[in-house]
Design a protein around this ligand. Structure first.
Ligand code: SAM
Length: 324
């Protein structure tokens, strides 16, 4: 048995305590959130609880955190990590796009701050059975094309790859993946699936490999040659852009005066949505009364030291606003 197979086999309860994710831009995000004792804060992307742990340590038993995640495995890990702060935290299994509903159910009208740290955690990416990622070392392990953060939703990566029309698939790879070979990869997907469905992450990896030139595959300038396609499919499966678009006005509507919304994004389209929404709400154009003020005219990015110790932070962009 190879070392990778061995590792897969021995995943146990204990591994949840080792949920792997280093919070991105922790100092900057928490400072901008201006956490103060007695306040109520929403962590809309609880993940492994890294950011919430810092918020909880500042609140010191006085205040509340609503920790939302659509992945029950993340919630389980966060409950473990945040056991010390159990009285402070309400764990919510839901999609942050249901922000108003979530707060209504908890009888909470307004909050002091909202944090969104978008995308997937390192744990999710590395959990081989979830199908978010690919690894050329694991060629002999069959992993279904899944990629759902919420295992109870019906749409999976299998559906996107095998059932979407060629045009739609190509647009997704172009738009969400910024994949230069979107056309040839999509063509190949369609040819192959006419004969038999594309079932595993390795099947998809093989299709991408056969539809891209060696020069592209061997150039590591832009990361692994398959990462753009995998990211695009993941964003489609989890409807990440529409969830972001929906949550921003709800979160701002629930902020107290002086309350803050901090968003960390990892994709240019996400950052564009955040930038436009924030600018629009802060605008005084045509005698409009602004709802918020911008705390970050330009997005903050991670320091060189942080990127060295946590490469995921390389693409992070942080923007924040304050309710007027
Ligand atoms: C980057 S991780 C957050 C990590 C966290 N800040 C920490 O320090 O551990 C993003 C998390 O948000 C969750 N998530 C992403 N989109 C979501 C959505 N629309 N609704 C609820 N949870 C979401 C993912 O399942 C994942 O656990």
């Amino acid at each position: 048995m190879s070392q990778n197979q061995e590792e897969d086999k021995v995943k146990t309860e204990e591994d949840w305590c080792k949920f792997e994710h280093i919070p991105v831009m922790p100092k900057e995000s928490i400072e901008l959130l201006k956490v103060r004792k007695g306040g109520t804060y929403v962590d809309g992307t609880l993940g492994g609880g890294g950011h919430s742990e810092i918020i909880a340590s500042i609140l010191k038993e006085k205040g509340k955190i609503i920790g939302i995640d659509q992945d029950p495995e993340a919630l389980k890990a966060a409950k473990n990590k945040l056991a010390l702060y159990r009285n402070l935290i309400e764990f919510v299994y839901d999609n942050f796009r249901n922000f108003d509903n979530i707060l209504n159910k908890l009888n909470i009208k307004l909050v002091n701050g909202v944090l969104l740290d978008l995308g997937v955690s390192t744990y999710q990416l590395k959990a081989s059975q979830r199908g978010f990622s690919f690894s050329e070392d694991r060629n002999n392990i069959a992993v279904c094309l899944d990629m759902r953060m919420n295992p109870n939703q019906s749409l999976t990566a299998y559906d996107v790859i095998n059932n979407y029309s060629e045009d739609r698939l190509r647009e997704i790879l172009f738009k969400l993946g910024e994949e230069p070979f979107a056309r040839s990869i999509t063509r190949k997907i369609v040819q192959i699936r006419e004969r038999k469905p594309i079932v595993t992450t390795n099947d998809l990896l093989e299709v991408i490999r056969s539809a891209t030139p060696p020069k592209y595959r061997y150039s590591r300038r832009h990361g692994h040659y398959a990462s753009k396609v995998f990211r695009a499919v993941r964003m489609e499966v989890n409807q990440e852009l529409s969830a972001l678009q929906e949550v921003i006005p709800q979160a701002v509507g629930r902020l107290k005066k002086g309350g803050r919304l901090v968003i960390i994004s990892f994709h240019s389209l996400e950052d564009r949505i955040v930038k436009r929404a924030f600018r629009d709400m802060a605008s005084t154009k045509d005698d409009k009364k602004p709802v918020v003020k911008l705390l970050t005219k330009k997005p903050l990015i991670a320091s060189r030291e942080e990127i060295e110790s946590n490469p995921k932070s390389d693409s992070a962009k942080l923007r924040a606003i304050e309710k007027i």
